[in-house]
Write a protein that binds this ligand. Sequence first.
Ligand code: 1CP
Length: 424
Amino acid sequence: MTHAGGKPLINGRLNDPIAPYVRQTLGLVLHEPEVGYLVDGAWTINRSPQTPGVRVKKISFKKFVSFEVKGRKAVQLTTERIEKRFLQPFAGKAVAPPPIWLMRQAGRYLPEYRKTRAEAGSFLDLCYSPKLAAEVTLQPIRRYGFDAAILFSDILVVPDALGQSVRFAEGEGPRLDPIKSVDGLSRLALSNTNDKFSRVCETVERLSQALPRETALIGFCGAPWTVATYMAEGRGSSDQAAAREWAYADPEGFAQLIDILTEASIVYLSKQIDAGANAIQIFDSWAGSLSEDEFARWVIAPTARIVSEIRSRHASIPIIGFPRGAAALLETYIHGTSVDGVSCDTSCPLSIMQKIAQSGKAVQGNLDPLLLVSGGDALDRRTDAICRAMAGLPFVFNLGHGIVPQTSPDNVARLVERVRVNRA
Ligand code: 1CP
């Protein structure tokens, strides 16, 4: 719950039942569907004879609606989410032109990022400095007016906070002292995480104040499987083999690591939502390295647990999964995890993206980041093809993976302009 103007403010979402919000603020159980639903920005209220004290006070259709229960203000439901275009596909709605944000939209391709990064010292110092992390999050929003900002942080903040210290040498990827068996788990403790998680959440708080009202804020974490691959390997490699080797050799021991990461991710994401994140993305960059059974155990099961825990605490937050490299298992993933939407990598066929979006789930994707490097007509053509294929469906334009450092900022501007002429 966040506060605005000193009043309780809970963000409702299109088609959300109202009763859980009332229950959350007043502990009062209302009977659905008697209380009503928010549908397409208008409230439909069926007065309940069983809850005679409930009165709905409409302040403004556009901004918010407040409820009074027995003369006491219970809850104020804002329609703010509806104004954030990015969030609409997660209520199953198509938006034209499609909302756009790009993975790694803050990063080394931007000169202003390089400057702030140099000021911060190390990469992790940047992640743990709320002022500087908020600044680099805002940089691409100022330049391009993306529909969503993504918190500037890294998936490896979680192992770092748990106690496996992480280093980022300049121009190199992450380095960790690898944990390759159950013996290494004693180094980790959820009770260690508070200070570092709080610093990241202070960045979220700053951003929820600083961002334009129409811009959504995405919080995130790495999925347990992907984070475990870095913890076992000690770095990024071509195959992240160490985690698979451990999982095959000692599945029970490896499950303990996955459990620790699942718990930590639930705590971390909940804190980000409390601090003001409007949506959550779970990055599973190494999901595609697993066979079907292992995928069910190490990707789907822990993600499903995170989703259900987050839902029980924050009923209306959109949760997006990114099981990279797993197009063939995408429908199994959606069904098994109950995410509200998926990000698709470049290899995912548009026909699969269409099918998922037709089922009402939001889809993000999936332009090749290298096409954004080469630019020109080929970039325009593929951008148009993606927008055409996804027109009329709940879709958010994105890349299939992160922006690479050699990308020209002008090409990003060209892409954003091109996406925004798709008004059909
Ligand atoms: O030198 C630098 O400035 C570091 C480059 C960099 C950046 C900009 C790293 C190191 N992380 C980040 C930020 C980051 N990482 C964000 C911030 C928000 C944004 O997108 O703008 C996010 C969401 C991530 C997520 C992340 N980190 C993932 C999942 C998505 C993906 O890219 O697959 C992964 C796998 C990481 C690990 C990581 N952090 C950094 C690097 C270079 C890597 C990859 C290591 C490897 O596999 O080689």
